[in-house]
Design a protein around this ligand. Structure first.
Ligand SMILES: NC(=O)c1ccc[n+]([C@@H]2O[C@H](COP(=O)([O-])OP(=O)(O)OC[C@H]3O[C@@H](n4cnc5c(N)ncnc54)[C@H](O)[C@@H]3O)[C@@H](O)[C@H]2O)c1
Length: 256
């Protein structure tokens, strides 16, 4: 066990799989007490077992990021269980089969925006109320995507949701990071080996053509732990002068 996050309490959404699980495990390894949130209680319990088995501290809460009541409850449960909240990681997110502005249905658009953008906004709203009143403040980390920085790394709904998440991050940073006690930063991962690929069941031809032309097939592939290492840094006091940044972690895909 290490101690870069000792004394801190964190919420990680989407902690049942992929980057959320790796972030939660890394946080616990660094001494944080972690509230593991996911709409899949079974997988998030597996994450809890891993963490407690390794000597860490974690609790679970069922939270669907498209449901406001779940989000309010997630923050409330965290404070009840651990007495404070220092770090919110808005990580849960879904893809959109690369559907274009022509082929995205209202249902798809609304679902993707609800989970990837409105949920993080509502979670940040609840978290800020707690964090800003604490003596030492705290941190919000949004797991965006290079899809939040470029036009062809997802379909229209995913691209818009992640661009929105980048804007949410910057606005929180410019208000509560500058005039309050809540730093906010985002991570923009490229391709990372997680379960999200299994949700690409019906890729749109034109949408896929666009992401393929942007080099998706030859893009470097990161591991969830690569993103978790960055999240630990952003959650820790080592990054106390970093506020409002969107940090790309894509192995150099978008630099070329
Ligand atoms: N994997 C990549 O290549 C990649 C690249 C850039 C950004 N991202 C982003 O990283 C984040 C994590 O994705 P991942 O790749 O680890 O995916 P993943 O599918 O492995 O894990 C996502 C987790 O989020 C949970 N989840 C999904 N919808 C939810 C909801 N409505 N409420 C609560 N939990 C929900 C799932 O149950 C799952 O545990 C997402 O926001 C995704 O957009 C992924």
């Amino acid at each position: 066990m290490a101690d870069r996050l000792t004394g801190k309490v964190a919420i990680v959404t989407g902690a049942g799989s992929g980057m959320g699980r790796a972030i939660a495990e890394a946080f616990a390894h660094e001494g944080a007490k972690v509230m593991l949130a996911d709409f899949n209680l079974e997988t998030v319990k597996e994450t809890q077992t891993q963490i407690t088995g390794a000597g860490g501290t974690a609790a679970t809460v069922k939270a669907d990021m498209s449901q406001e009541a779940d989000i309010v409850n997630m923050v409330k449960q965290t404070v009840q269980e651990f007495g404070q909240l220092d770090v919110l990681v808005n990580n849960a997110g879904i893809m959109d089969n690369f559907k274009t502005v022509e082929t995205a249905t209202d249902d798809l658009w609304e679902r993707v925006l609800a989970v990837n953008l409105t949920g993080p906004f509502k979670a940040a709203r609840e978290a800020v109320k707690v964090i800003n009143d604490q003596e030492n403040g705290g941190v919000i980390i949004n797991n965006a995507s290079i899809g939040g920085l470029f036009g062809a790394r997802g379909g229209v709904a995913y691209t818009v949701s992640k661009h929105g998440l980048v804007g949410l991050t910057k606005n929180i940073a410019a208000t509560f990071g500058t005039f309050g006690k809540v730093r906010a930063n985002a991570i923009a991962p490229g391709s990372v080996a997680t379960n999200i690929g299994t949700t690409i069941t019906d890729p749109d031809k034109m949408g896929y053509q666009a992401i393929a032309a942007a080099g998706a097939e030859g893009s470097p592939l990161g591991q969830p732990e690569d993103i978790a290492a960055l999240a630990v840094f952003l959650a820790s006091d080592e990054s106390k002068f970093i506020n409002g940044d969107i940090i790309t972690a894509d192995g150099g895909w978008t630099v070329r």
